[in-house]
Write a new protein. Structure first.
Length: 214
């Protein structure tokens, strides 16, 4: 056999090197493609995290919620999760970089992978305004709502915040955040109130979508 002409070390080299080369080529192709797909379909991946949590804890979930703010503006919320103590108002984002700032700043700072900085809307304030409008329209007390902005797991979040109602968190850490908030020493939402809130929001969602199709 041809391999008999080589030492054990040479045989190992001939076997290992091609494997390393193939693995390297695979990494060069696979990871950029996965990143590109994640960036394009991030809402689907986030939905899976939230859906699994809703299913696991037997919680009611409404996706792609829309409500009419006025004659020319429609509010959009990616997910509304009805838990035992709070109603979670959740919106999805993908950032190819990191974000930092303070919860009270008019704008946050986005830092790209190349280190370039630029200002962006403050997601915490955006969610706060959205919750205020939703509360006004539905009559649901805003203190029962928690605003959550989900971002991709490779986006580092350096936000200084003391808020107990508005958060920016990586999607893969949503369960941890949900469990921490739901463990607060307060009573559960009255089941009749919760059912009423679900019906009111679901009815508003269907009504708005019907209006948007016209």
């Amino acid at each position: 056999m041809i391999l008999d002409k080589f030492s054990a070390g040479q045989v190992a080299f001939l076997i290992i090197v091609p494997i390393i080369v193939i693995a390297g080529i695979f990494c060069l192709i696979f990871f950029p493609l996965r990143k590109r797909r994640m960036k394009k379909e991030f809402k689907y991946y986030y939905y899976r995290f939230i859906y699994k949590e809703a299913l696991y804890q037997d919680l009611y979930l409404i996706n792609n919620f829309m409500f009419k703010i006025d004659d020319t503006h429609v509010g959009k919320i990616d997910h509304i999760l009805f838990a035992n103590k709070y109603i979670y108002i959740i919106n999805d984002y993908y950032f190819d970089g990191d974000i930092e700032g303070k919860d009270t700043d008019a704008s946050l700072i986005f830092i790209s992978r190349t280190g370039k900085k630029k200002y962006m809307d403050n997601l915490l304030l955006d969610n706060k305004k959205l919750i205020g409008k939703l509360s006004l329209i539905t009559g649901i007390n805003s203190s029962l709502m928690i605003g959550v902005s989900l971002v991709n797991k490779n986006c580092n979040v350096g936000i200084m915040s003391s808020s107990k109602h508005h958060y920016i968190v990586q999607a893969n850490k949503f369960r941890m955040l949900l469990n921490a908030i739901e463990s607060r020493p307060i009573g559960n939402i009255n089941q009749e109130q919760l059912a009423s809130a679900v019906q009111a929001i679901d009815k508003l969602n269907r009504k708005t979508k019907k209006y948007a199709k016209k």
